[in-house]
Design a protein around this ligand. Structure first.
Ligand code: NOJ
Length: 541
């Protein structure tokens, strides 16, 4: 395969959360027309692909990860014709589209689940899900807990229970019922036929559960090796068949493969190796940096782990600093870093001091780290604007099941899902022509709008744009080798293919940079030295 055929190995992928990207219809919620209208912005930013979070019909109990119909568009987001137009317009600008596939669970409103409830115990309709009788004394069938808290089982009026590893409105499919894999093969074909270049697979390691649904052993972690609902061997067979399906699609508008990225956590080489083997799907997200504090030693460990896990396999784990499930980078880097290492309940409640100026400065440095690492990079919408987490959303406006299921104990993920600020001095900052936005925006985002930053050469938006442009033009960035340089314990420094050095100063004192042309820095140099919380790209002589 040529480099452009393996586009997924070094693509810059921009994650669009459709409900919060841009509103084309004026109802206060983002939609596909809004994404389409803003494509020139994304082309100008220089991204290679867009990953769209779910836009399928859904009651939105979990941000659209509760799907009613995998082969349609929720009217709030538009129509199938809008998807087709978006794919075509994006292609004309050289941008690929990646869609989210949610195969572990659906919505309680999905016709299959409604049929299962109506058909009763023992029916083929119930076989598509994991219905079981309860334990003695009215206990659920086993001790599994939902990722959002509380038992992973809900009882229905006839006495049986159904499994939901996430919200009670998201019943898990039974992947051992042949109808389920058959459905998802159709779903993949449906979107591939429409011209999507890739898929992101939600909860990828969760599909199969161990036969007999055994209890989780005492003291066991709730994710990872040995957990009865994680990474059962059949998952590999499914993904190998998906790989064949993807490979059977000829390059369409673009050269190269239709690719898949798995949403899975990894911190164990042996555990993940089978998923990165030849014949498996293309990539596994590398989400480790989302919880890594701003420390040279910790970040180096996270980078080494990711490189080690991928080894010399075909896969390259995409680097991720933000997504729709984690507090914004600026806020994470603006708090006491011990709280990133060991989050307290106060952090989960958003009751924490944030130094936004410090967070922004570090987040700018982190941008040059992200785009300097070997492999593809995912950017979450608004990351390029240096948006902070919105911590002050009133309780009655919060939507995330993490908030509701925890009885308000945990604020959850709404703060990173706030509608983007495009222009103007006050909410809704050009996001909508309508009166309000589905989640409220902070009152102090005027300086962070796209409009304000586009006019400012020193803005975070300008930094991302320049970095992506240089990355594209520089042999050695993107896919390829990394060699660490020793620049002291508080400095991350590595050279890409002998051509470009990436240096990030995480210590207090300014440090020397390697000799060469400093083609991009995240902040001003200090008499030729790299100040704290600053990064530089240096073209070596
Ligand atoms: C991971 C998604 O990123 C998250 O938003 C969702 O809540 C869970 N999977 C369940 O689908």
């Amino acid at each position: 395969m040529t480099a452009s055929e393996r586009w997924w190995r070094d693509a810059v992928v921009y994650q669009v959360y459709p409900r919060s990207f841009s509103d084309g219809s004026g109802d206060g919620e983002g939609d596909l027309a809004g994404v389409r209208a803003r494509l020139p912005y994304l082309a100008d930013l220089g991204v290679d692909a867009i990953w769209l979070n779910p836009f399928y019909p859904s009651p939105q109990a979990d941000g659209g990860y509760d799907v009613i119909d995998y082969r349609d568009v929720d009217p709030r987001f538009g129509t199938l014709a809008d998807v087709d137009a978006l794919i075509a317009d994006a292609a004309a600008l050289g941008i690929r589209i990646i869609v989210d596939v949610v195969p572990n669970h659906c919505s309680v409103e999905h016709p299959w689940f409604k049929a299962a409830l109506a058909a009763g115990p023992g029916s083929p309709e119930r076989e598509r899900f994991l219905f079981r009788d309860g334990g003695p004394d009215g206990a659920p069938p086993n001790n599994w807990q939902s990722m959002f808290g509380g038992p992973a089982w809900t009882q229905v009026p006839d006495g049986q229970w159904y499994l939901h590893l996430w919200d009670s409105s998201q019943p898990d499919f039974n992947w051992r019922d042949p109808e389920v894999p058959a459905l998802f093969e159709d779903v993949l074909r449906f979107w591939l036929d429409r011209g999507v270049a890739g898929i992101r697979v939600d909860v990828a390691l969760g599909l199969f559960k161990a036969e007999g649904l055994p209890d989780l052993g005492e003291g066991m972690p709730t994710v990872g090796p040995g957990v009865p609902y994680v990474a059962q061997p059949e998952t590999l067979e499914t993904f190998a068949s998906w790989r064949k399906l993807l490979d059977s699609y000829p390059p369409d508008v673009f050269p190269g493969a239709r690719a898949a990225v798995l949403e899975a956590w990894f911190d164990d080489r042996d555990f993940m190796a089978p998923y990165m083997a030849h014949g498996q799907l293309h990539q596994v997200f590398n989400l480790g940096m989302l919880g890594t504090p701003w420390s040279a030693a910790d970040l180096r460990k996270a980078v080494d782990l990711a490189l080690d896990v991928c080894g010399d396999s075909e896969t390259r784990a995409p680097w991720v600093l933000e997504n729709h499930d984690f507090p914004r980078l600026v806020t994470r880097l603006g708090i006491d870093q011990e709280l990133v290492r060991n989050p307290t309940i106060e952090v989960m409640q958003g009751k924490v001091d944030v130094d936004l100026a410090l967070g922004r400065r570090r987040a700018r440095a982190a941008a040059l780290l992200l785009l300097g690492l070997p492999g593809s990079a995912y950017l979450y919408q608004g990351q390029e604007l240096g948006l902070n987490e919105h911590l002050d959303i009133p309780a009655d406006r919060r939507q995330d099941p993490l908030f509701t299921v925890s009885g308000g104990m945990i604020i959850g993920r709404d703060g990173c899902r706030v509608p983007l600020p495009w222009s103007g001095d006050a909410a809704p900052y050009g996001f909508t022509e309508g009166a309000g936005t589905w989640l409220p925006q902070p009152a102090d985002w005027a300086a962070l709008t796209v409009e304000a930053q586009a006019a400012d050469e020193g803005s975070t938006l300008a930094l991302y744009k320049t970095a992506i442009r240089i990355r594209r033009a520089t042999e050695g960035l993107g896919d390829g080798a990394l060699e660490w340089r020793d620049a002291g314990p508080d400095v991350l420094s590595f050279v890409r293919d002998g051509v470009l050095a990436v240096t990030v100063n995480l210590g207090d004192a300014p440090v020397e940079l390697p000799a060469g042309e400093h083609v991009l820095t995240s902040g001003p140099l200090d008499g030729g030295l790299l100040p704290r919380d600053t990064a530089a790209w240096t073209r070596l002589p």
